[in-house]
Design a protein around this ligand. Structure first.
Ligand code: PAF
Length: 282
């Protein structure tokens, strides 16, 4: 059976109020739909920790920069509801765009330095859109815990920063990146890849694995590791590197010499589709 689907903020508040009256805790899994195993792992975490799990589905226009894939982003509500039927979630919240961003909407959340490098530099306004919609969803659902995947590592840092700085009463739980058996980090954007492109996309994971191996073997120079990662990526014929970075996992500042835990993060276009991945080294 499909879970209860709620479309308006008033309806949502009524259901959440009843859940609260029953003394239950609420977990929120915010998504843009096109649900896959990564989302399902967040749902499982919420179900294990909270009495009531709410999944929101909203393709947030404000986090897509001009020229990005807002129009073609997969919208698969019917199959998403089918997938959720098997997960026993308590509620799916599918707000309309005009309810999230009213005609007078003029308030935005700007995050400081952690939103600036990597994705922030290449996707102007992206994190302003993410932070704003996540804050709105947190205010609408008022969950005890909200769940995010580590695949969008910088997004996770941005949300943690926002929650701490704006005193939002919610715990943010991070869940590990879910990978296909061959290592490819699962993403809704894989829908854009041709079967051959899907194979070539494996170079992202291979280059991260190589970085981990090099560090394990004692290599400490970031420039050497990045060069080797580049070679792996460019072995895929149409790969276009947006960035490969070794950074501090808290501040995202570049690291030259690896002496402590380091985040390797990359964004690469394969088949014209921009893919991201990351892993912690050391
Ligand atoms: O990670 C996503 O799917 C989106 O950025 C989020 C957190 C649902 C906000 O639109």
């Amino acid at each position: 059976m499909h879970p209860q689907t709620v479309h308006t903020i008033d309806q949502l508040r009524e259901v959440i109020a009843a859940v609260r009256r029953a003394g239950k805790t609420v977990g929120l899994v915010p998504t843009m739909g096109a649900l896959h195993e990564g989302h399902l792992s967040l749902i499982r975490a919420s179900k294990a920790e909270c009495d009531c799990t709410v999944v929101s589905i909203f393709v947030n226009p404000s986090q897509f920069a001009a020229g990005e894939d807002l129009e073609k982003y997969p919208r698969t509500l019917a199959s998403d509801l089918d997938a959720l039927a098997g997960c026993n979630v308590d509620m799916v919240f599918v707000p309309a765009e005009e309810d999230v961003y009213g005609p007078q909407h003029a308030t935005w959340v700007e995050i400081g330095s952690v939103a600036e490098p990597l994705e922030g530099k290449r996707r102007p306004g992206h994190f302003r859109g993410v932070a704003t919609v996540v804050l709105k969803l947190l205010n609408m659902v008022t969950p005890d815990v909200a769940y995010f995947g580590q695949k969008d590592y910088q997004q996770l840092l941005v949300i943690r920063r926002m929650v701490e700085d704006l005193d939002v009463p919610v715990a943010i739980h991070a869940c590990p990146t879910v990978r296909e058996p061959d290592g490819l980090a699962i993403s809704s954007r894989h829908a854009y890849l041709s079967p051959a492109g899907r194979q070539r996309a494996l170079v992202l994971w291979k280059s991260l694995q190589l970085a981990a191996e090099l560090v394990e073997q004692g290599q400490r120079r970031a420039d050497v590791i990045i060069e080797r990662m580049q070679e792996v990526i460019l072995s895929a014929e149409d790969a276009e590197i947006d960035y490969i970075a070794l950074v501090d996992p808290e501040t995202l500042e570049p690291i030259e010499k690896i002496t402590t835990r380091t985040l390797a993060a990359l964004a690469v276009k394969i088949d014209g589709t921009r893919l991201i991945d990351n892993c912690l080294l050391g």
